[in-house]
Write a protein that binds this ligand. Structure first.
Ligand code: AMP
Ligand code: MG
Length: 391
């Protein structure tokens, strides 16, 4: 049995980032930047008004002052207007500042009288003016290679006029849930059957990681059916199989993969939950065999499949986010495998939730963090620990 860290290193060593290519901006969402990006346009692109109001010369604007309105500057066109002594220009949010003006007074702060305004307050220089480049300077780094392209980052790239973005490779995953007992949600359950929860669990996790699920299927514990499914799935970058990777007579995944010529690099990891884990490759397709128990499938996905997917997609950081938390109860690990405890991180405290067994899906559904306890490790209530979060 291999240690968790050796398994992870072996997997991350085997997978390579796929080539980056240009994609239309929206399809870059949740993918990773294929190169560094620097701003080619400052933000804002020109001095403009932050309010609907009047562009003025602040030095002339004491409370009670009267100014003549000599023009109107809307957003969307630069009328090249000028503010001179004793005058003001009607201006709207986002409109370019007229020459000579150094402040905007809000329309709520003036009384309009025909062609004139009377100020109801003093005005300070630069008030309600959004200066060119105050948010972002030209040449400033806006995205690092390997950084996740989030919604706001997409908007930033669009604000630079980009319609296409260089994004790291797209990873297509096939998901196969195996087991004679599996029934599809929506169908009627027969005695002895269970609903297949892993297919949706894994599809959701793959989507969340930014990869694409190209197919999801269910397969009975039958070598011939498995062969067909594996063969069809091997055209993808990765194949995720759950169930049937253990040692029982009905666990046919490993043997079937081998008859197809797959190379198995890892089988069984010193991890709880998640021991019956398999990693190998079938031609150019990386194969991850996850245990059928849902909590084990979840944990092994996060610890092994997710980082591999992220590396292939060109991510710089493939680790789950870690946060410090105060442990609320004593915990120790007397087993021979590192233990991932499921629990809730709330207001800086971590409390284990539900049954800590690999089939206990309800407990998992109530949790939002994992605490890893090393073999032989003893943790005390009140101690600060580091927990992993996935959402
Ligand atoms: P296995 O890894 O095939 O030995 O399965 C271990 C346990 O996980 C058994 O109790 C299975 O019934 C259960 N299991 C296997 N596949 C799934 C699935 N797709 N959804 C929910 N439970 C499953
Ligand atoms: Mg099974």
């Amino acid at each position: 049995m291999i240690s968790e860290s050796d398994a992870r290193a072996k997997i991350l060593n085997a997978v390579r980032p796929l080539p980056a290519r240009k994609v239309s901006i929206l399809s870059a969402l949740n993918r990773f930047a294929g190169k560094d990006y620097v701003a080619r346009l400052p933000l804002p692109g020109f001095d403009n008004s932050a309010m609907d109001g009047y562009a003025v010369i602040a030095g002339q604007c004491k409370k009670g002052a009267r100014l003549r309105v000599t023009g109107e500057q809307p957003a969307g066109i630069d009328r090249k207007l000028q503010v001179t002594d004793g005058s003001a220009i009607r201006i709207f949010t986002g409109a370019p500042m007229p020459t000579g003006a150094d402040a905007v007074v809000m329309q709520e702060d003036v009384t309009r009288q025909g062609d004139e305004i009377v100020l109801n307050c003093d005005v300070e220089t630069n008030e309600f003016v959004r200066a060119c480049g105050c948010d972002l300077g030209e040449g400033q780094r806006i995205l690092n290679k390997g950084e996740r392209i989030t919604e706001a980052k997409l908007a930033l790239l669009a604000s630079q006029g980009l319609a296409e973005v260089s994004a790291g490779g797209e990873v297509r995953a096939a998901i196969i849930s195996t087991g004679d007992e599996l029934s599809q949600p929506g169908d009627e359950l027969q005695p002895g059957q269970i609903y297949d929860g892993n297919s949706v669990l894994l599809e959701a996790l793959v989507n969340q990681s930014g990869a694409t699920v190209s197919s999801t299927s269910r397969c009975s514990d039958n070598a011939e059916s498995l062969r067909k499914e594996f063969q069809a799935a091997s055209k993808n970058e990765i194949l995720i199989v759950t169930g049937g990777v253990s040692v029982g007579e009905h666990d046919l995944v490993q043997a079937t993969l081998q008859t197809l010529g797959a190379k198995i690099d890892i089988w069984r990891v010193a991890l709880k939950p998640g021991k019956p884990f398999l990693f190998g490759h079938l031609g150019g397709c990386f194969v991850f065999g996850l245990p059928g128990n849902p909590v084990s499938a979840f944990v092994t996905f996060l610890q092994f499949v997710r980082p591999a997917i992220l590396k292939m997609m060109g991510a710089r950081d493939v680790d789950l986010k870690k946060l410090p938390a105060k442990l609320t109860v004593d915990q120790s690990n007397e087993s021979e495998r590192a233990h991932y405890l499921r629990g809730r991180l709330e207001n800086g405290s971590f409390t284990p939730v539900g049954r800590q067994e690999s089939h206990a899906l309800f407990g998992l559904s109530q949790s939002n963090a994992l605490l890893r306890i090393e073999v032989g490790e003893s943790l005390k209530a009140g101690q600060i620990v580091s927990v992993q979060i996935w959402d």
